[in-house]
Design a protein around this ligand. Structure first.
Ligand SMILES: Nc1ncnc2c1ncn2[C@@H]1O[C@H](COP(=O)(O)OP(=O)(O)OP(=O)(O)O)[C@@H](O)[C@H]1O
Ligand SMILES: [Mg+2]
Length: 256
């Protein structure tokens, strides 16, 4: 069942003057994401990946076409669409548990329920014992775990992630990708992840959408049926990596 549908979606940003023309960021983007599917969007810098995510989040409105969540047009930002940012976007004056509890308080979840939900998600992301720490007392990977817990705790219909691990060093990034697979297998959410990394997309996804250069449109919609956890030297993974690389290199060729 489709949770998210993008139908003929286009986005043009207005220019500010004659010397600053408008920018067509996305053009006729069509795809659907099914219930509990993990879908990644891959594409070159500037092809409109963040623009797509901000429209799903409700921060920006489409110029043409529509975005439907459970068959209904997406409006303003709402709890049913949680976003995880690259820079964690945690409240630095709140502890780990207070950060995770924040959205629940805003949703008027009763205190006892809040406490048990916060505990559940602190455990899920592997941060037990760090409940009372502040973000500055945590490593980058731990901060990203807090933002994952915070995003999941409000029980969204879809989890949106914009290069969530890009600020981490290579080792931590690879660890967090594995952790994301574990968390996703337990929490089972519909996810839409934007990334530059082919390997990240292969590690995590049921589906990979490869975009063209700007104006971005969907160039390939690839179903990934390899069993998890996926090993980088698995023949299926090697083949898929090569296939996606070719699609992306082709876009460079178009650009030249
Ligand atoms: N608010 C805005 N106003 C005007 N132009 C914008 C705005 N946001 C994005 N753009 C333009 O839209 C295009 C797509 O930008 P976007 O940030 O979506 O790309 P991206 O694929 O996320 O790139 P990256 O991989 O570098 O993050 C770019 O040309 C960008 O300059
Ligand atoms: Mg971006």
């Amino acid at each position: 069942m489709a949770v998210l549908s993008s139908i003929g979606l286009s986005k043009r940003f207005a220019g500010h003057s004659a010397n600053d023309p408008s920018v067509l960021a996305l053009s006729s983007v069509n795809f659907t994401i099914n219930h509990n599917e993990f879908c990644s969007v891959l594409g070159h810098s500037g092809c409109g990946k963040t623009t797509l995510l901000t429209m799903v989040a409700g921060f920006e409105q489409p110029t043409e076409g529509e975005l439907l969540l459970d068959g209904k047009p997406i409006g303003k930002p709402g709890w049913e669409r949680s976003m995880i940012f690259q820079d964690y976007a945690l409240f630095h004056w709140l502890t780990v548990e207070e950060n995770i509890s924040f959205g629940l308080e805003m949703k008027n979840v009763p205190r006892d329920e809040r406490k048990s939900v916060v505990k559940e998600y602190i455990n899920l992301v592997g941060l037990s014992g760090f409940d009372r720490r502040y973000p500055h007392q945590l490593s980058g990977g731990m901060r990203q775990r807090v933002s994952i817990a915070r995003a999941l705790a409000v029980n969204p219909q879809i989890l949106l992630m914009d290069e969530p691990f890009a600020a981490l060093d290579a080792q931590n990034r690879s660890l967090m990708q594995k952790e994301m697979v574990r968390i996703w297998e337990r929490a089972r959410k519909t996810c839409l992840l934007v990334t530059h990394s082919i390997d990240e997309a292969i590690t995590l996804s049921d589906r990979i959408l490869v975009m063209t250069r700007r104006p971005g449109t969907i160039k390939a919609d690839i179903k990934v049926e390899l069993p998890r956890p996926r090993q980088e030297d698995d023949p299926g993974v090697i083949l898929l990596r090569r296939q996606i690389k070719e699609l992306i290199i082709d876009e460079f060729e178009v650009e030249r």
